[in-house]
Ligand binder design. Structure first.
Ligand code: ZN
Length: 287
């Protein structure tokens, strides 16, 4: 069953661990993440960007696929299906299609407009029991063609948005999407602590989990981060394993051309990466 992310994140915050959001791109991705969550007895959040939503034919297709997999694979752990960095229109479309969790990213609007649009979604999500993530302060790197600079959010603005009644809050603390540059100065824990002091119990979300050193991840969790987004890292291990299969000529041997064989090493690589992250985040056995 699809569930809102609210309960799993409140439990994570109280238990000082984090739930991973793993973005999906197709059937193999979704299957790998769900099977690993079940094996690890971990709650899980499946992230879908608007670009990935279009790629997978639309939000209804995704809802159908995920619900079907939960049933057919006998998944018993809590699963949230979450729109990642949604526009206002995208958020409404996902609510209508049956997503159980939504991120509205109004961080590129002036704070007043971010607040107005977030407020409009708070009421709808409340009524439907859908969890809602808001963002303050843009998160650097590239996300569906939008490039930010990795700024730190204003803690006062974080409080204004948290007080609207959202479920969780993403705030820039020097984190960026995609691969981190060699000269990256690291996460700003002073900013994280200042945000936490303002927003109190609100579970915080760390975007751009790929390439943040493990000790920084653990420190961020100890300071109130309850959800960590992982996307690029799964893409990289999938690519690496698929490249190896082809470079070793395995696609040319026997029925190695069969897509179910061709995509298997990449799928297994995603499983291993997701398991590694769940262990790091501390969510294993928490479902
Ligand atoms: Zn993000």
């Amino acid at each position: 069953m699809l569930v809102s992310a609210k309960e799993m994140l409140n439990k994570a915050r109280d238990g000082k661990y984090a739930v991973g959001q793993f973005n999906i791109n197709n059937l193999e991705w979704t299957k790998a993440i769900l099977l690993t969550a079940e094996e690890c007895k971990s709650p899980v959040i499946l992230g879908v960007s608007e670009g990935a939503g279009k790629y997978m034919c639309g939000y209804s297709t995704i809802v159908g696929m995920v619900k079907g997999m939960i049933e057919n694979l006998h998944i018993t752990v809590p699963v949230a299906l979450h729109l990642d960095h949604g526009t206002f229109e995208g958020a409404k479309a996902c609510i209508n299609a049956g997503f159980s969790s939504i991120m509205f990213d109004g961080s590129h609007y002036p704070i007043e407009e971010n607040i107005a649009k977030t407020t409009a979604l708070v009421n709808t999500c409340d009524i439907l029991g859908i969890s809602l993530e808001a963002e303050v302060g843009s998160i650097g790197g590239e996300e569906d063609g939008v490039v930010g600079m990795g700024e730190c959010a204003d803690p006062k603005e974080c409080k204004m948005v948290a007080d609207l009644g959202v479920t969780m809050l993403a705030a820039g603390i020097g984190n960026i999407h995609g691969k981190y540059p060699a000269n990256w100065p690291g996460l700003s824990f002073d900013t994280l602590a200042a945000i936490k002091a303002e927003v109190g119990d609100m579970p915080l979300v760390l975007h751009g989990g790929t390439g943040i050193p493990d000790d920084m991840i653990k420190k961020a969790i100890s300071l109130g981060v309850a959800k960590i987004n992982v996307n690029t890292e799964c893409q990289l291990v999938f690519q690496e394993a698929t490249r190896k299969y082809i470079e070793e000529g395995k696609d040319l041997q026997g029925k190695g051309f069969d897509p179910r064989k061709l995509l298997a090493p990449g799928t297994e690589a995603i499983k291993a990466k997701v398991k590694e992250k769940m262990e790091l985040f501390g969510s294993v056995g928490k479902a």
